[in-house]
Design a protein. Structure first.
Length: 211
């Protein structure tokens, strides 16, 4: 790793694997090629083979005698960045829940709920009496496969029950991990919440596949 630091105070202004420094300026390629004409070999130094501190988040360190020392504004900068990351994660949780719901039921939440309600009532009646509209329409759709009203009702119940269980889990996890994120005081605590969310969404998507 390479770093560029100001000569006047030793503050690290850049860190990267391919930094270069000359009389014409500082250059790098991440996240895209850039040039800083104001930072030159006249007012800055380039150090190579440096290991960044574990809490490096893009600066706010002085490099003295081969040691990184936090600047006076380091804690405030870290807190601000943590707050930004918390907000990004919380917004991401809500967006991903909406996407999961949309991928399964789209804008047909009311339709799915009514179909499940009618199928459960039909089952409770012993699959006898008038066939509810939502069950009958599924039976008709499956006519080529020879489905009976009972098969249609049972299929609606199986699918609907799976979805309702997933919906409860989504709500529980969404509320819990958003609150964990809001209360996170360290990057590690936030990273734990992110990892838990990623694992949960992968599992719920797999469970709902084909629902």
């Amino acid at each position: 790793m390479r770093i560029i630091l100001r000569k006047v105070d030793g503050v690290v202004v850049y860190a990267g694997d391919d930094l270069e420094l000359s009389a014409d300026g500082a250059t790098g390629s991440q996240p895209s090629p850039w040039v800083d004409r104001g930072t030159t070999s006249e007012n800055a130094d380039l150090k190579v083979g440096v290991t960044l501190p574990s809490d490096w988040k893009g600066g706010h360190f002085v490099f003295e005698a081969g040691v990184f020392v936090p600047t006076a504004d380091h804690a405030a900068a870290q807190a601000q960045q943590l707050g930004e990351h918390r907000a990004t994660f919380i917004a991401r949780v809500d967006a991903e829940v909406d996407a999961i719901i949309g991928s399964v039921v789209g804008n047909r939440v009311t339709e799915y709920a009514e179909a499940l309600k009618q199928a459960l009532e039909f089952k409770a009646a012993g699959y006898t009496g008038p066939v509810p509209d939502y069950v009958a329409s599924w039976t008709a759709a499956k006519a080529a496969s020879g489905w009976t009203d009972k098969q249609a009702a049972d299929d609606i119940i199986t699918t609907g029950t799976k979805w309702k269980a997933a919906e409860r889990q989504l709500r529980e996890k969404r509320l819990l991990l958003k609150e964990v994120a809001r209360l996170a005081t360290t990057p590690a605590a936030l990273a734990t919440a992110v990892a838990q969310w990623d694992g949960f969404t992968a599992a719920i998507k797999a469970a709902l596949k084909g629902a």
